[in-house]
Design a protein around this ligand. Structure first.
Ligand SMILES: O=P(O)(O)OC[C@H]1O[C@H](O)[C@H](O)[C@@H](O)[C@@H]1O
Length: 574
């Protein structure tokens, strides 16, 4: 079949001419990207661009309610571009934020970190977006709605979650809006709201935004697209453009004495360490814009997937083991003794590491960061990690005679220990430290990793092995299954696991293990007598049930995974 016919056939499979609602653009984009990757033919790119023109038209013109009602989940509102996230729906959610400030009572203002709506207007909002399609268009909508309502707006353009959070602190802003669905696939758009503390907003806040947004969506609210067509946000009253990375750098420098990380000295040492190579894969996300400014410009600093590509080259843009392969390949070909690789998600709040020989997950890295700050940086204090995260940090906290805070999943759960915990982290590749933002930030993770390697003179793998030799080894893993049931029905199914209480037994591999403790703050975590555990919980961002396991022996992890799967099978989810 000639290529044009092939493209034509694909188009007619997914597109109903003149009917966005009935057309399904993203499966088509995915097919076209696959073809482009296979053939390298530039004409496939033209076809992709044509589909994106249609998506853009849908984003501009859609006036229906979103296909899925607006809902802020574990981290913001996420949905499909064009169908859920479009000019009007983004305007409605922004109008809901305006309404929230206009009508908040004292207790809500306390959570928002401002005393009044006037204060919020004056302190203003930081606005930015990741590398996704239509980011600029949709943030222009946000700026317009906020500007019309009298809010000061600091416009960052394309930036990352951690950097925008730092900007809130540095500018003393009242809140931030960041248009990103984080690491979700290419068809998604998203909307994150952080209040004045610069961390992910509390549930009461996002609940209020959700409620007001639904009301506005259902009203006759009209956003006049012509008021923003071809206009840059800084032309609106009260909107200024600023350099968000500079605010991040300023925050890190300012708090040097708090965390003992010296940004400039670390970068200078790396530049001088002839035996060290660093590879960072931005997977086409917003970090690609910052890395050349943050890291030294030397040939031992290699940046991968640092071009603009809203399709992420067709991959799921998350810092997974599969996606780490490019970093591993580049590191393998290098001669330097010390190798550090990292992969960062599109909005720069997740990071995963490699030392060329092995991968270091956040389960391990977060605990290593805690060890590093205490032992090498001479800091004293507690550590915090979510209940689904490895217990290596619990073990270190015990050894250091320090407290451990263990909330349910979600970075916003760390609020009670911000300013107290030396490290806050979760297995899903998010980390921050004392004196930094209460938001997860890949860059502070990268800075820590650089400092660890430079200061200890060890690769991350060797450093981890050294800690494990002293404190014992932990073997965590996680996986998940896609489910079609949701809401109360899903919870009812998961509740069937309640029969596995303390003293009941489960087969793990060929061994029968007794449950010693059950933690139910988030799903169900069942801890066995030998300290190994498994946990099951519904995802707050995807139609999935996740399970997390941790063994104390290398071979035991797979057995725990099999047991977890078995449990989900038993309750009819697999
Ligand atoms: O609820 P899940 O799908 O497991 O997602 C959990 C994750 O969601 C978002 O990414 C939050 O920012 C994270 O803090 C949280 O760990």
């Amino acid at each position: 079949m000639a290529m044009n016919d092939e493209i034509q056939a694909l188009f007619s499979q997914y597109i109903i001419a003149g009917d966005h609602a009935a057309s399904d653009y993203f499966p088509l984009v995915k097919e076209l990207v696959k073809k482009k990757n296979e053939s390298g033919e530039s004409r496939w790119q033209k076809a992709i661009d044509t589909v994106y023109d249609l998506v853009e038209d849908e984003i501009r013109t859609n006036v229906r309610p979103p296909t899925e009602t607006v809902k802020f989940g574990t981290s913001g509102w996420r949905g499909q571009l064009g169908k859920d996230i479009f000019v009007r729906s983004v305007a409605c959610v922004t109008a809901a934020i305006v309404e929230m400030y206009a009508t908040a009572d004292d207790s809500l203002f306390r959570l928002l970190g401002v005393a009044s709506c006037d204060e919020a207007k004056k302190r203003g909002c930081v606005v930015g977006h990741d590398n996704r399609f239509a980011g600029h268009l949709l943030t222009t909508v946000v700026c317009k709605v906020l500007s019309d309502a009298g809010f000061t707006v600091y416009y960052a353009g394309e930036s990352t979650t951690g950097v925008l959070s730092a900007a809130v602190l540095e500018l003393g802003a009242a809140f931030s809006v960041n248009l990103t669905p984080s690491h979700n696939p290419l068809e998604y758009g998203g909307y994150k709201f952080n209040a004045a503390d610069a961390g992910p907003a509390a549930e009461e806040v996002t609940g209020t935004i959700t409620r007001l947004a639904r009301e506005i969506v259902d009203s006759n609210y009209n956003f006049d697209y012509s008021s923003i067509a071809g206009v840059e946000p800084e032309t609106f009253s009260g909107v200024t453009v600023f350099d968000s990375l500079a605010t991040w750098q300023s925050l890190v420098r300012k708090n040097r004495a708090v965390h003992n990380l010296d940004l400039d000295a670390i970068m200078a040492s790396f530049a001088d360490s002839n035996d060290m190579v660093v590879v960072v894969d931005s997977v086409h996300g917003a970090s690609r814009l910052h890395m050349p400014k943050l890291l030294p410009e030397i040939d031992r600093c290699i940046l991968l997937r640092n071009t603009a590509d809203v399709t992420f080259g067709g991959i799921a843009p998350e810092p997974s083991s599969v996606n780490m392969k490019k970093v591993q390949e580049v590191l393998a070909a290098r001669k330097e003794k010390l190798k550090l690789g990292a992969i960062i998600d599109p909005d720069g709040d997740r990071i995963r590491f490699s030392d060329g020989a092995c991968e270091i997950s956040m389960n391990q890295f977060g605990a290593m960061a805690y060890h590093f700050l205490v032992v090498y940086k001479k800091k004293k204090g507690m550590v915090a990690k979510t209940v689904a995260t490895s217990n290596m940090a619990n073990c270190l906290a015990r050894a250091f005679g320090e407290e451990l805070f263990e909330p349910k999943v979600g970075f916003k759960e760390f609020k009670p220990v911000i300013g107290r915990a030396l490290v806050i982290f979760e297995e899903s590749d998010g980390i921050s430290i004392i004196g930094h933002t209460p938001e997860k930030d890949a860059y502070i993770g990268l800075l820590l990793a650089l400092d660890m390697v430079i200061t200890t003179g060890m690769s991350l793998g060797r450093y981890r092995d050294m800690i494990e030799k002293e404190y014992g080894a932990y073997y965590p893993d996680r996986d998940g299954i896609t489910v079609s049931v949701k809401g109360p029905e899903l919870l009812a199914k998961l509740n069937e696991l309640e029969k596995y209480g303390v003293d009941s037994q489960l087969m793990v591999g060929s061994e029968q293990k007794t449950i010693k403790e059950v933690i139910t703050i988030d799903g169900r975590k069942m801890i066995f007598e030998d300290g190994s555990w498994l946990m099951v919980r519904p995802s707050g961002t995807e139609p999935k049930v996740r399970f997390y396991v941790e063994s104390r022996t290398e071979s035991g992890t797979n057995d725990l995974v099999a047991t977890a799967r078995g449990l989900l099978q038993q309750i009819g989810l697999v």
